[in-house]
Design a protein around this ligand. Structure first.
Ligand SMILES: Nc1nc2c(c(=O)[nH]1)N=C([C@H](O)[C@H](O)COP(=O)(O)OP(=O)(O)OP(=O)(O)O)CN2
Length: 183
């Protein structure tokens, strides 16, 4: 017997899918809208599984509170940008040298993303600081598929010491566009 429990989390974020390309026979138009800077109300569901119960539970639902905190602090109301995005030097001009991301101007986080060191823009107007405060840099195109894979890995690593298996992760970029990864 396998028990599967799940918990859902919502967050809003911005992104740009700079690699989008379309087969117009199928898409019916050639507008690469996902290359625009745009935002979503994202929804993620984490599924945890076990063959035996501890204290009558797969694990306490509250053992995912850390994920809510991480999501709120890291991605909620942030713009997720790929460091390889051709627009990166333009959007992140204060954080580039020779047209490339200057790693020394960023914090590297264990979960595999970067955030700008805000002292780099000391002396600039508040709006400039606010722009960079809202940036989360990743090393992949932030599609539904890749965001889901990234978050699956983060949850798997964190839950492993508890002996909890992540069964799958589901992600909704919009209410109609959904991705699932079975671990
Ligand atoms: N396989 C993927 N395709 C697309 C992705 C993606 O991450 N993976 N992302 C986008 C866009 O970011 C976009 O915002 C979502 O587009 P779309 O599905 O077209 O939006 P809706 O769910 O609102 O659907 P409508 O048909 O426009 O109503 C594009 N493709």
């Amino acid at each position: 017997m396998t028990w599967i429990i799940d918990k859902q989390f919502d967050f809003c974020y911005g992104h740009r899918v700079w690699s989008q390309s379309l087969e117009t026979e199928y898409s019916l138009d050639d507008c690469l809208m996902c290359r625009h800077l745009h935002g979503h109300q994202g929804r993620i569901k984490i599924f945890l599984a076990a063959e035996t119960l501890q204290n009558g539970m797969v694990t306490d639902f509250k053992h995912l509170n850390w994920f809510k905190q991480w999501l709120d602090a890291t991605l909620d109301h942030k713009f997720i940008i790929d460091r390889n995005d051709p627009l990166f030097p333009d959007m992140m001009s204060h954080y580039c040298a020779d047209g490339k991301m200057d790693d020394t101007r960023f914090f590297r986080h264990d979960e595999g993303y970067w955030t700008p060191r805000l002292e780099v823009v000391d002396g600039e107007i508040g709006a400039i600081r606010e722009k960079y405060e809202g940036m989360v840099i990743v090393d992949f195109v932030p599609t539904s598929e890749q965001l889901t894979a990234w978050m699956l890995e983060i949850v798997q690593k964190k839950m492993a010491p508890l002996g909890i298996r992540v069964n799958s992760v589901e992600f909704w970029e919009t209410p109609k566009s959904h991705c699932e990864i079975k671990a």
